[in-house]
Design a protein around this ligand. Structure first.
Ligand code: HEC
Ligand code: HEC
Ligand code: HEC
Ligand code: HEC
Ligand code: HEC
Ligand code: HEC
Ligand code: HEC
Ligand code: HEC
Length: 440
């Protein structure tokens, strides 16, 4: 039996990555945008930027909400009688419905476990990382900067030495206060990032205490941030530990030549995962592209595993093959649902990439008795909806008129007029996809 499988998601296979393209501005400021999240506000994300991370299963992640009984079709779709006969109005632009950052209402964000999504680019306040207890010294970086070169205006000794806004970039790069102050209600938790906020005033040293920033930006993360470590070691401007110039960006005139402050395993970063479609119950060989998957620091070789986050636990997978920029890994069969994928190297985690495992629609057999066609298989779900989903039977290139007699997850009975015959092609359009088979 020859089958053609069309999944709705195929329409979104071509993903245009507009955010995250290297600007290659060296030296900073502004810093390049190769690692972590583009330094902008949620409202600047275009539909394609959302889809760059949510690259697969967008319809399914919504439609699985129907199965759970929380939503009905009409909560998200207008029923129409438009000429192309689909029957539902489909809005595809994410931000039409998700009009504020949907991420920072998540439980992990509320719990201040920012690393759940941001990976080891940030530390969590309760993960036991060390924060100096001494008063900030001359070499301690400032939240903005400690010295400014009078002649050039170049800043040294703090985050602003390199992380400055740039309104000419597309989308614009925003300032550090702006990126941190626009996370929805999360940003109202002032003391998550600040000391004493009773004096709402930027000259208040308690308010802008680097020690509070170190709850999330400790040396454990800061000293392991570098784009493409293997190639940029010794070059300035690609991160925090390429060259003495970078050290001085945070530590001003102090250069600690004799020290080896690196934790070592430099944080890995994922740029793309393919294929974007993962089918429930199938083993999937995936290719992950990115940077820093393997590196050598001070004679120690560090290498990565792939971790699938499944909510209640993790599955750790050893790669089939690995280079600094590419991992091939075999993902075992998973059930339909939402998962996360990340690369982990000696405890250093990349940011989380969402993956959606989509239910398969499979016809095992289609048989005919009088004018009644019985289709057996799986993944048909329970819905037939207003003409947009349903069964078509093609006889000599023409669609016969069909009416559904019964429809459940594994069996559909349909009556055709005029009657179908052996050899006709039957197609099931179910909520999660479609499949075709020849009536036998
Ligand atoms: C940098 C990658 C990335 C980008 C860009 C991104 N997302 Fe997400 N998104 C995630 C991750 C990771 C999760 C959490 C998955 C998990 O917890 O398993 C998530 C979760 C969500 C959720 C569910 C939130 C919840 O309550 O758990 C929504 C809704 C969402 N994203 C919408 C969007 C929209 C809309 C955009 C564009 C404005 C977008 N995402 C851009 C990575 C991204
Ligand atoms: C929680 C919101 C939500 C609910 C509920 C919902 N949908 Fe959708 N649906 C969407 C979104 C969003 C898209 C567009 C996905 C995309 O563009 O990637 C979509 C796409 C579709 C498509 C077009 C698929 C394609 O990509 O061409 C159909 C058909 C559809 N939905 C039918 C239904 C039916 C039938 C129901 C009820 C059983 C339903 N939807 C319930 C959000 C929803
Ligand atoms: C027609 C309105 C609509 C559009 C368009 C839409 N969504 Fe949603 N989405 C919803 C609703 C409603 C929910 C459920 C409530 C919530 O989490 O906000 C949801 C939930 C989600 C979830 C979480 C699913 C879960 O299991 O909790 C993700 C992820 C998501 N949307 C991503 C996207 C992305 C990415 C796009 C664009 C490609 C998009 N949405 C477009 C309405 C929409
Ligand atoms: C569910 C996943 C998720 C969690 C948990 C999460 N974030 Fe985010 N964060 C994102 C995504 C995706 C974006 C980009 C889109 C957006 O703004 O919603 C982002 C953007 C940001 C930005 C702006 C981008 C930049 O580079 O400056 C900041 C700042 C930020 N998050 C801080 C936090 C903090 C602080 C926490 C913990 C208290 C946190 N996030 C928890 C997913 C998450
Ligand atoms: C010497 C210049 C320099 C200084 C000073 C500096 N950074 Fe960076 N930082 C960079 C560069 C370059 C990158 C890599 C940008 C990329 O390619 O995405 C980076 C990346 C990051 C990242 C990874 C995620 C992202 O959004 O790019 C974080 C988090 C970060 N820096 C925090 C800080 C903090 C906090 C400070 C102040 C304590 C600071 N940086 C000071 C140059 C600097
Ligand atoms: C997620 C972390 C975060 C949260 C939450 C947060 N801030 Fe900030 N805030 C920052 C960062 C980062 C800066 C920039 C520090 C610098 O450049 O010295 C900043 C700067 C400031 C400044 C200096 C003026 C400016 O805008 O540059 C003030 C005042 C301030 N914050 C007040 C507040 C108040 C009041 C709240 C609560 C309503 C708050 N912040 C919540 C991170 C945060
Ligand atoms: C509760 C955790 C948290 C605290 C506290 C915090 N930040 Fe951040 N910061 C983040 C997250 C999350 C990101 C985004 C990382 C990414 O791109 O994935 C970020 C990114 C940054 C960056 C990189 C540029 C950018 O916008 O991505 C700088 C610089 C920075 N923070 C400075 C500060 C300063 C200064 C303070 C203290 C005033 C501070 N942060 C406090 C979580 C925090
Ligand atoms: C993004 C900012 C940043 C950059 C860039 C940076 N450091 Fe640090 N470093 C810190 C912070 C924050 C501390 C904690 C010191 C404090 O709070 O007084 C620290 C501490 C140190 C210490 C004290 C021991 C330790 O590990 O805690 C040494 C030594 C050091 N840094 C060396 C370096 C060298 C060498 C480089 C360049 C290869 C460098 N740092 C780059 C932020 C940075």
């Amino acid at each position: 039996m020859k089958r053609k499988r069309i999944l709705y998601g195929l329409t979104i296979l071509i993903v245009v990555l507009s955010i995250g393209i290297a600007l290659a501005i060296v030296p900073p400021p502004p810093a390049n945008q190769d690692l972590g999240i583009y330094d902008t506000l949620c409202e600047e994300f275009a539909e394609d930027d959302c889809r760059a991370c949510h690259s697969s299963g967008v319809p399914d992640t919504h439609h699985l909400l129907v199965q759970n009984g929380v939503y009905e079709c009409t909560d998200c779709h207008q029923v129409t009688t438009d000429p192309d006969g689909t029957g539902v109005g489909v809005i595809r632009n994410c931000v039409e419905c998700h009009d504020t950052s949907p991420h920072h209402e998540a439980q992990e964000a509320v719990d201040r476990h920012c690393s759940h999504c941001h990976g080891s680019y940030v530390d969590d306040y309760d993960d036991g990382h060390s924060i100096p207890t001494y008063e900030p010294s001359l070499i301690t970086p400032d939240t903005s900067y400690t010295v400014e070169d009078g002649a050039t205006g170049k800043k040294w000794g703090g985050c602003e030495a390199c992380h400055e806004p740039d309104s000419t970039s597309v989308p614009p790069i925003y300032s550090n206060p702006e990126t941190h102050h626009n996370l929805g209600s999360l940003s109202l938790e002032c003391n998550m990032c600040h000391g004493d906020t009773s004096l709402n005033d930027s000259v208040n040293e308690n308010l802008l205490s680097i020690r509070k920033c170190e709850d999330c930006h400790g040396t454990k993360s800061l000293h392991n941030i570098q784009y493409n470590y293997t190639s940029t070691k010794g070059q300035l401007g690609y991160g925090h530990v390429g060259d003495d110039w970078d050290c001085a960006g945070c530590h001003a005139w102090y250069v600690a030549y004799s020290y080896a402050p690196l934790e070592g395993p430099v944080i890995p970063d994922i740029h793309e995962v393919s294929p974007t479609m993962i089918l429930a119950g199938d083993e999937t060989v995936a290719t992950i592209n990115g940077t820093n998957f393997v590196n050598t620091v001070n004679g120690t070789n560090y290498t990565s595993d792939v971790v699938i986050y499944i909510g209640t636990g993790n599955i750790t997978l050893a790669p089939d093959s690995i280079t600094a920029s590419e991992i091939v890994v075999t993902i075992p069969p998973l059930g339909a649902g939402n998962y996360g994928l990340r690369v982990v190297k000696s405890g250093m985690e990349s940011s989380l990439v969402p993956i959606v495992v989509v239910p398969q629609v499979t016809i095992d057999s289609a048989t005919i008795r009088r004018s009644i066609v019985t289709i057996r298989g799986s993944g048909f779900s329970d819905e037939s909806y207003n003409g947009c989903l349903g069964v078509t039977v093609a006889h000599a290139g023409n669609d016969l008129e069909t009416s559904i007699v019964t429809w459940d997850g594994t069996r559909i009975v349909v009556e055709c007029s005029p009657s179908a015959t052996v050899g006709d092609i039957v197609t099931v359009n179910a909520l999660y996809g479609s499949d075709s088979a020849t009536i036998g």
